[in-house]
Design a protein around this ligand. Structure first.
Ligand code: NAD
Ligand code: UDX
Length: 459
């Protein structure tokens, strides 16, 4: 099928950047991204490119080049569906918060709504592409909804999971390790492959059956998260044995069978994907009664929860077993650097733990707003909105948060933290001045020389 028009349902962290790159690399294809969230669409259409709803290095430049030419953002979902030959479903698939599978399974209600919307509106043949991360065999449900229409419209369903990481989304999209397309119809697969071939070598475009494609996405995230939990487990052993986790990571990473990436010990992984996707994998395994498989992967999450708790407990213990009434300056709230996304950020859980111990927390993050910090804490339901607002302060000048602080907790590895005037910061703080570096970002020797009591992960 010749593709002239693409519709993408979901203008989020995946839909926005992915479609911007597709539009940039395929100037002859009209790409329309639609969303039910009109505020988000307005933000994508904002004249001021610094106000786009998503911060990703390189994104605003691509939007500037393509928006209004062959890239459009709209709330008119039906029109975009009707006009397009190819429709990407890029909506959120969060962990269920109710009913069967609560806290484990992926909530597919948004995906199902999209399929029903497409089924109702479509008058011409469509290729429907699963871009969202979905449980293996979801395509079956989508096909069933689409094919029970009683019309002559023909639908092909493909799975094309997205492997971009936030903070490097544009680079990941421009130079992907691979593009994965799963499906039954060769014609449909080639129609999608042709779009990627505008900038990706054909030997990097993998064609598989649809179920392998769906399961590969969950598996890739599980393996990546497992590496982080593995090195984090070793970090605690390092702290007891005077081994240094960074030296250990380097030594094992030079083994080409292990590889050097994803071995940075940290306060724990966050982000909207790892936990959600592993919980989903565990849920699927249990649904087939594969309890050993489920237990194995569940341990990756348990280790991560433990690492976040351990970081907060270590801080409290070091501050003479109490943080009540003490000011803790938290550097970073995003789940990693170069993104404004805070979903499942370790900072949220560490802050919650410290607030339970009556700490006063002052947060600085270059890309996250105070409102977001409060929303994240409210979501945990640990205390009232008012209590969260009273216990947390937020500053746009980091040096304000260090004034009179008992300790600094580094939660996100923003590059700018390395360039701060640490001598000045030391003078601003109560003594002894503690740093708990949850990202091994700073130089231990340099910090000790200034006078800080410096604690990092696994050293
Ligand atoms: P997101 O929450 O940022 O964006 C999803 C958007 O879909 C929202 O703006 C929401 O309003 C919209 N939406 C929901 N239902 C809709 C409907 N029926 N019609 C129109 N719009 C609707 O989510 P995201 O981070 O972009 O993730 C989307 C999917 O991609 C998820 O399945 C996720 O697991 C997967 N994924 C995410 C990443 C990532 O780094 N964030 C990477 C790879 C894959
Ligand atoms: C992840 C996958 O990498 C990506 O392929 C998938 O499409 C979506 O999920 P993302 O969550 O955006 O991407 O970021 P990622 O770089 O994987 O980091 C996830 C978390 O792990 C972050 O909190 C990060 O700080 C942490 N991490 C990562 C570590 O603590 N140590 C590491 O060595 C790597």
């Amino acid at each position: 099928m010749k593709i002239n028009k693409i519709c993408c349902i979901g203008a989020g962290y995946v839909g926005g950047p992915t479609m911007a790159v597709i539009a940039k690399k395929n100037p002859n294809i009209q790409v329309t991204i639609v969303d039910i969230n009109s505020e988000r669409i307005d933000a994508w259409n904002n004249e001021d490119l610094s106000k786009l709803p998503i911060y990703e290095p390189g994104l605003s430049e691509i939007v500037k080049d393509t928006r209004g030419k062959n890239l459009f953002f709209s709330t008119d979902i039906n029109k975009a569906i009707d006009e397009a030959e190819m429709i990407f479903i890029s909506v959120n698939t969060p962990t269920k918060t109710y009913g069967k599978g609560k806290g484990m399974a992926a909530d597919l209600k948004y995906v199902e709504l999209c399929a029903r919307n497409i089924a109702e509106v479509a008058t011409t043949n469509k290729i429907v592409v699963e871009k969202s991360t979905l449980p293996v065999r979801t395509a079956e449900a989508i096909k069933s909804i689409l094919h029970n229409l009683g019309t002559d419209v023909n639908f092909s369903v493909l799975s094309n999971p997205e492997f971009l990481a936030e903070g490097t989304a544009i680079q990941d999209l421009l130079n992907p390790d691979r593009v994965l397309i799963g499906g039954q119809s060769e014609d449909a697969i080639e129609s999608l492959a042709n779009i990627y071939k505008s900038w990706v070598n054909d030997d990097k475009i993998l064609r598989t059956n649809i179920w392998s494609s769906e399961l590969s996405k969950l598996t890739a995230n599980a393996f990546l998260a497992q590496r982080v939990s593995s090195i984090n487990s070793i970090s605690e052993l390092c702290e007891h044995t005077e081994a240094n986790v960074q030296e250990v990571a380097k030594a094992i990473g030079m083994d080409s069978r292990i590889g050097s990436k994803f071995l940075n010990a940290s306060v724990g992984f966050g982000g909207s994907c790892f936990q959600k996707d592993i919980l989903n994998l565990v849920y699927i395994a249990r649904s087939y009664n594969l309890n050993e498989v489920a237990d194995y992967w569940e341990q990756v999450i348990s280790m991560n929860d433990y690492q976040k708790r351990r970081f907060a407990d270590r801080l409290i213990k070091t501050l003479y077993n109490t943080v009540s009434g003490k000011k803790i300056a938290m550097l970073g709230w995003a789940f990693k650097k170069d993104t404004n996304d805070t979903r499942e950020s370790a900072a949220i859980y560490v802050a919650d733990h410290l607030l339970n111990e009556q700490a006063n927390i002052s947060v600085y993050d270059p890309k996250v707003s105070k409102e977001k910090v409060i929303v994240d804490l409210n979501y945990l339901n640990t205390r009232t909105e008012k209590e969260n607002e009273n216990a947390i302060s937020f500053t746009s000048d980091p040096y304000e948060s260090f004034e009179g602080a008992h300790a600094i907790a580094i939660m996100t590895e923003w590059d700018e933290f390395k360039t701060f005037d640490w001598n000045k910061i030391y003078n601003q703080m109560k003594k002894p001045a503690f740093i708990f570096d949850g990202r091994n970002l700073l130089d231990k020797q340099k910090m000790n020389k200034i006078g800080f009591e410096y604690y990092s992960i696994g050293q």
